[in-house]
Design a protein. Structure first.
Length: 95
């Protein structure tokens, strides 16, 4: 990655921790540019957004269903840390 792009990522990393719905249009464009460079980053961000929704569920049944569905996404990607976290979260849900 060119040096100027590394600087761009360094300056924009905080956007990745923000909820997508709270970003301005300009910030959303910056996030989308970062996704062009890394599919894994895009997948991780989508999982973060999905997990945030899971945490807001009112019932444990909804949470179980969404965690089971979300577990398959990092399996497809090369996100070993996220796979491990999802496996840990869903161990008790396989019953």
């Amino acid at each position: 990655m060119p040096a100027n792009k590394r600087k761009y990522f360094k300056k924009s990393w905080r956007l990745l921790f923000a909820k997508y719905d709270t970003l301005t249009e300009k910030q959303k464009e910056k996030v989308e540019v970062m996704f062009w460079y890394s599919d894994d980053l895009k997948m991780a961000y989508q999982l973060k957004e999905q997990f945030d929704k899971v945490l807001k569920n009112q019932s444990s049944e909804e949470t179980k269903i969404e965690l089971k569905n979300g577990y398959n996404q990092p399996k497809k990607a090369k996100l070993t840390n996220l796979r491990d976290v999802c496996r840990y979260l869903t161990v008790g849900l396989k019953k």
